[in-house]
Design a protein around this ligand. Structure first.
Ligand SMILES: Nc1ncnc2c1ncn2[C@@H]1O[C@H](COP(=O)(O)OP(=O)(O)OP(=O)(O)O)[C@@H](O)[C@H]1O
Ligand SMILES: [Mg+2]
Length: 257
């Protein structure tokens, strides 16, 4: 469901999120405003407790803001019903998590295809599309493997394929390289760069400056506020650049991380 035209993928205004604590409330987001446009690759940084996960959860429709406006792919999503939110989450956002969150004892093909069940995609179409997506992330030969029998980098590539299942407006990745060694992390970043070059809009939460530097824009959160919105030329480590130039090269590192 990629949004077309100049419409922002994310349009966020004065977003607030308060949590009930004790007798009062704690404001984890204190009026955050920004836009992300189609094809951007953005890093979200900030110290522990600054509100990154809170913001990701709101952006990914896992949680509701307390106040503020939020348009995702041109559609107002602040006031959706629970069912509408679940549908929008499934179709408009692709999540990639630090810990992969693949279903064990189920093939990669099934893992990717399951993301299309909710939207009512016919079984044969799900399988064919899952196969194409696994090929796109370089796992065409692992479609029948189970997550327990593949490396960490392969797991994360499968998770990226799953995130792409519904052709989302936005790929949201929360520390996607956090559980990977640096070489495998480069491999995953190369994959995000390739998807971004192909048109995907990507937002990556990271603690690592090396990751943030690879994007064209870094949002800095501090105490629930957008402290800085920094645009910069992407700087790719040689190891990432090398993988981009040889996208079909065999993944580095051993099996079963
Ligand atoms: N469910 C909750 N109830 C009350 N307070 C919460 C809740 N979730 C988060 N907070 C508080 O909101 C603030 C922001 O938390 P958040 O998890 O968004 O931080 P973060 O930037 O993701 O941190 P980290 O880098 O450690 O993951 C913190 O002070 C946290 O304690
Ligand atoms: Mg967090």
């Amino acid at each position: 469901m990629s949004g077309g035209g100049d419409e922002a993928v994310l349009h966020v205004r004065e977003l607030r999120k308060a949590y009930a604590v004790g007798g009062g409330t704690f404001e984890a987001l204190k009026g955050v405003s920004f836009d992300v446009h189609p094809g951007e690759m953005v890093a979200l940084m900030g110290p522990s407790g600054s509100g990154k996960s809170t913001l990701m959860n709101v952006l990914g429709l896992l949680d509701r803001p307390t106040e503020g406006r939020y348009r995702l792919g041109g559609r107002d999503v602040a006031d959706l019903t629970e069912n509408e939110r679940a549908e929008a989450r499934n179709e408009r956002v692709g999540f990639v998590f630090q810990a992969f969150h693949l279903l064990p004892r189920v093939s990669l093909l099934e893992n990717v295809a399951l993301g299309m069940v909710y939207a009512g995609v016919p079984a044969a179409v799900r399988r064919e599309r899952a196969r194409i997506l696994l090929e796109r992330v370089g796992l065409g030969d692992k479609a029948q493997s189970q997550p327990n029998n593949i490396s960490g980098g392969q797991k994360q590539r499968a998770a990226v394929a799953r995130a792409l299942a519904m052709d989302p407006d936005l790929l949201l990745a929360d520390e996607p390289t956090g559980n990977l060694d640096s070489q495998t992390g480069h491999e995953i970043m190369a994959l995000f760069h390739r998807l971004n070059a192909e048109g995907s809009t990507v937002m990556i939460v990271t603690h690592e400056h090396d990751i943030a530097r690879q994007t064209e824009r870094t949002l800095h959160l501090l105490d629930g506020e957008l402290h800085d919105d920094e645009r910069h030329a992407p700087t790719l480590p040689d190891a990432v650049r090398a993988r981009l130039e040889a996208p079909d090269a065999a993944p580095q590192g051993g099996v079963a991380a």
